[in-house]
Design a protein around this ligand. Sequence first.
Ligand code: DAH
Length: 462
Amino acid sequence: MSKVFSCSEVCLSMQVFCIVLLNLIKVESAFRMLLSRLTIQMKIKPRCCSTNARREGPVHLSVNGREFQRDTWSNVSSKILSHLGKKLHLQKYHPLSLIKQRIVNLFYKRFVGRTGNPIFSVYDDLEPIVSIKQNFDSLLIPPYHQSRKKSDCYYINCDYLLRAHTTAHQSELIGMGLNNFLVIGDVYRRDEIDSTHYPVFHQVDAVRLCGKHEVFRSIENGDKMAVFENEGERTAQKQEAHTLEASKIMEDELKSTLIVLAQDLFGQEVKYRWVDAYFPFTHPSWELEVHHQDKWMELLGCGIMEQRILQNAGAQDRIGWALGLGLERLAMCLYDIPDIRLFWSTDSGFLSQFENRDPHDCIKYKPVSIYPQCINDISFWLPNDGDYTSNDFYDLVREIGGDIVEQISLVDKYFHPKKQHTSHCYRIVYRHMEKTLTQEEVNTIHKQIEKAVALKFNVSIR
Ligand code: DAH
């Protein structure tokens, strides 16, 4: 029988076997270490995951014309994505756009440059798709912070999400060299839906950065004062990098601006209070509350910007304040709008109540019926005496139609050159608060209006 292995051969084989085994063990433990490191990294925050981790369904997600790879972080639904192009804050006469304009006007008026021009610039159309860095990292939001959770945000994938606040653009705009700016836009947060919560809402963020000369501009011998100190201490009043004087002057400018804003919105007599707050991107931080309809309402959050954010964005020689405010709650208070979902209504019964109004008007919303509208038009040649105004017609329609007339608008004007006559066409929208009106019921009232118009203005209906 031939031996398979001689003694020396066996010894040699054993040696080789042992070396191979040892190496295998080394490789395995190195692999284990690498794996555990990777796992730790994955647990801290979403970083790009393998494509094996893809979810079921389409591999790509198309958002605003851009293609994104789906992964285990993707949780944005098509329903939410359908809100992306709506931009309610940019729709003329939308209540959110009226409030937005009122806030912008205040900043334009209060902060002017040498020539009297506004120094704040407004960014109200920035893309709502932002990176993890923009929404969280650049604002020093800790890796384990609740606000990063998948249960709280709409992630497109592990690298991008729909911005959860307009603060997401702060660092980038500072990096571009801006010192005074407002960011206004739609923000997205996973939340319940009820009369005061909706997963899409609108915010305004303001940022103001000042250099040494601006901070101490109204202080005698201000040029001898400092904004920064070395080895300073962080206290409840200030950050380690700032002098107490600089921080207090900025706090004062911030708070006085916000009191003027609250007075502009709620009236000179408004009762307000400052509440200490915490935000990862400001210190010290406050919330401003106003007393409205027997309740304290949180109006906004604000504070002195963390110096590290300014340093990272290349504005280390400046000190800044910032604030963030939600538009919906404010509009609901000011206009008596009872339900946040109404802002998304395209019903003309809702929108027409704000149409052609000025941002500074006092508007009180009247509930719109849930029953369907009935629309009838009426056209006539205007009387020749030249005294006629559309308001005369509106009054007459309301007198006859009463509460079932929801809206009246002039939809067409026509001048006949030969006859030298003008014709108006008005649209009357009828709607009952408690029942569906039949076309017959509406026709009866519409006929009465036609008759009354013919009689009162001595015109013939066309
Ligand atoms: N981003 C905060 C939020 O959504 C609001 C906020 C607070 C913005 C303080 C700021 C700020 O710029 O300084 O709740």
